[in-house]
Design a protein around this ligand. Structure first.
Ligand code: ADP
Ligand code: MG
Length: 238
């Protein structure tokens, strides 16, 4: 087995009386695409928050390679090569697509010219070159999702966490996002994808993690996980 690029051990997060993430553990292999599924409220986005340094876990550890990044703030986590997108989009209003992506690039460089060239590459990688000078507010939902991916890419990650990049996107825009995930995987990134659309998750994932009420209820080969009776009951509500 190839060495894990990331190892998450028993991370936990409580919000008042609610344990949103309850001792979740998983590993991510080099070049792997790991899918995370589960109903709304399962704790998927909070898990990303714990891994990416947006929130501190109450317990548990996160390792990237040999490095323990548990509890590091997001900007430090970005510097060890871990980037994420957010389920709730937040393009910087009044900035062009390129300027939005340059914000990510400044994680790698202080030089404006270098940041601009990194941004151009990332904008190109997500297929938004024709919108590079457009105000980010004017993009469609699918284009904004791709902008989020470009901004994450511009930080120069080895590990990328994608939180529901097809949610709210018109069905006709979904194949482009599936193709983008495949392309990112070919760029030697190790990827964790939270995704609601079955056809997307089964198309892109090498392995699946199914969550319910903060815990992992099944893990393994995507087809097997989706046939698991507990997953069918919890996830599909029957
Ligand atoms: P998912 O992404 O799987 O839909 P979330 O991680 O967003 O789930 O949420 C998991 C649970 O934690 C939900 O019950 C949600 O209401 C709760 N939660 C998330 N963020 C907060 C917060 N900041 N304060 C209180 N509860 C929260
Ligand atoms: Mg979520």
């Amino acid at each position: 087995m190839s060495a894990a690029v990331m190892r998450v051990d028993a991370v936990r997060k409580r919000f008042g009386g609610l344990v949103a993430v309850n001792d979740v553990s998983f590993t991510l292999g080099a070049g792997e695409v790991l899918g995370v599924v589960g109903p709304n409220g399962a704790g998927k986005s909070t898990l990303f928050d714990l891994v990416s340094g947006v929130r501190r876990p109450d317990a548990g550890t996160v390792h990237v390679g040999e490095r323990d990044i548990s509890g590091l703030p997001a900007h430090r986590v970005a510097r060890v090569g871990l980037a994420r997108t957010f389920q709730k989009l937040r393009p910087l209003a009044g900035l062009s697509v390129t300027d939005n992506v340059m914000v990510g690039a400044y994680c790698q460089t202080r030089r404006k010219a270098r940041a601009r060239s990194i941004a151009a590459e990332c904008v190109e990688a997500v297929g938004l070159t024709h919108k590079a000078n457009e105000d980010a507010d004017r993009l469609s939902t699918g284009q904004r999702k791709r902008l989020e991916v470009a901004r994450a890419l511009a930080t120069g990650p080895r590990i990328l966490l994608l939180d529901e990049i097809t949610a709210g996107v018109d069905p006709s825009g979904v194949p482009l996002l599936i193709e983008l995930i495949h392309k990112l995987a070919r760029m030697d990134l190790s990827i964790v994808v939270i995704e609601h659309r079955m056809r997307v998750i089964l198309d892109v994932s090498h392995r699946l993690l199914a969550m319910h009420l903060g815990t992992v209820i099944a893990e393994g080969d995507p087809a097997t996980v989706m046939r698991d009776p507990t997953v069918i009951e919890r996830y599909l509500g029957r």
